[in-house]
Design a binder for this molecule. Structure first.
Ligand SMILES: *Cc1c(COP(=O)(O)O)cnc(C)c1O
Length: 395
């Protein structure tokens, strides 16, 4: 037998982490890495955070799982906190980002179909990433995710990101909603313009469509506000959240206004694990830290320091770097070359972890709890990596 016991769908690298310490990861061969990937924008509180560990230990000893057949004081408490912190009136808990987007799509269709309309179509945007289930790959225009998995789920139409006129032109009699990331993560830290998101909001109001935001990556403080939509002066009708919300525990949520959720009545949707007490303890620990205004102001300040230092530095290597962009600690360095080689070089030769993304971008998504020593360490490693990469390329 030649297939690996782990289904070989990931091209895994040679780093095999076995321990996390705050903003560093230690691999099984004893190497120590600065973790500016954070599990792809997941470990918002870094590794080994005492509040998160304590909450999970306590919950594991008390009650780990019960069915959604029963009342959930743990779920009610966390849902209430999330509704107080956001636009939403109601929350469905999931186990992942893709499931949160799935629930968002179902909520949008049910909004129309529970009221006697047959509308089903969701307009999405080029280079979007919404997850790897059949519905969520169907929601993305990226053919590399479709190949081998046809037929796709019908009912999605793709238009250019940040092109409001194209979005408007795509609206038809069956359109139910727009689904959009305010800041595209996998797509390469591409930021929606104010006019675009505000324009989508206005189109939704005008045509009785729902605005679904996928904030799975941009949310939970990553972009410098609790959710990125706050920076646009608009609110969505439905929003998917995950990644940072569990600080490393696999959990997500679909948030909605009362009106948008009008079709989601008893018996329409469910999940065996969704919102179990263990997952609620993880979210509770993250909510104890991240939504605090002083914490978020610190994320914005650190993000600005890191971005401006990267911006000043990359001018030294105009053949390698093009620009730096982002909000908060959701940062992308655009290269003039394919980024995977440089990400691997930084990792293998300079012990710093980042993630490649679309549009030739290196994603820099550290834990939100970094301090200036981590920024210094990152800049030293980036600088050493750029110097040695140029030399290697010149050989
Ligand atoms: C990661 C991501 C998802 C999918 O989340 P999973 O937990 O991997 O299912 C969906 N949307 C966006 C924007 C993401 O970044």
């Amino acid at each position: 037998m030649s297939i690996s016991p782990l289904m070989p769908v990931y091209p895994r690298c040679g780093v095999r982490p076995v321990r996390g310490e705050h903003c560093h990861l230690i691999s099984d061969d004893g190497r120590r890495f600065l973790d500016f990937a954070a599990g792809i924008a997941v470990n918002a509180l870094g590794h080994s955070h005492q509040g998160l560990i304590g909450a999970l230990q306590k919950q594991a000893e008390t009650l780990m799982h019960v069915s959604n057949l029963y009342g959930s004081p743990q779920g009610e408490d966390v849902a209430k906190r999330l509704t107080e912190l956001t636009f939403a009136d109601t929350v469905f808990f999931t186990n992942s980002g893709a499931e949160a987007v799935e629930c968002s799509i179902k909520t949008a269709r049910a909004y129309h179909q529970s009221a006697g309309s047959e509308r089903f179509e969701i307009i999405t945007f080029d280079n979007a990433f919404h997850g790897r289930t059949l519905a969520t790959i169907s929601a993305s225009s990226q053919e590399k995710m479709h190949k081998g998995f046809y037929p796709l789920l019908p009912g999605f139409k793709y238009v250019e990101f940040n092109d409001l006129e194209a979005a408007k032109a795509a609206i038809g009699p069956n359109t139910a909603a727009f689904l959009v990331e305010p800041i595209q993560g996998e797509g390469g830290i591409r930021i929606a313009t104010d006019e675009f998101l505000q324009g989508l909001r206005a189109l939704c109001d005008e045509h009785d469509l729902l605005l679904i935001l996928d904030e799975v990556q941009s949310g939970v403080g990553r972009s410098g506000t609790f959710y990125a939509y706050e920076q646009y002066g608009i609110t969505p009708d439905i929003m998917a959240t995950a990644k940072g919300i569990g600080g490393g525990f696999p959990v997500g949520a679909c948030l909605a206004t009362e009106k948008a959720a009008r079709g989601m009545v008893a018996g329409t949707h469910g999940s065996t694990y969704g919102g179990n007490p263990f997952a609620m303890a993880a979210i509770g620990a993250v909510l104890d830290v991240v939504p605090d205004e002083a914490f978020l102001a610190d994320v914005r300040a650190k993000g600005e320091r890191l971005r401006s230092r990267i911006g000043q530095f990359i001018g030294n290597y105009p053949d390698l770097f093009e620009d730096v962009r982002g909000r908060g600690l959701f940062i992308g360095i655009k290269l003039k070359v394919e980024p995977r080689g440089f990400v691997a070089h930084m990792r293998d030769n300079h012990q710093v972890l980042t993630v490649s993304a679309g549009d030739n971008v290196v994603r820099v998504v550290p834990p939100l709890v970094i301090d200036d020593t981590h920024i210094d360490e990152f800049m030293e490693k980036l600088s050493a990596a750029a110097a040695s990469y140029t030399v290697e390329k010149a050989d």
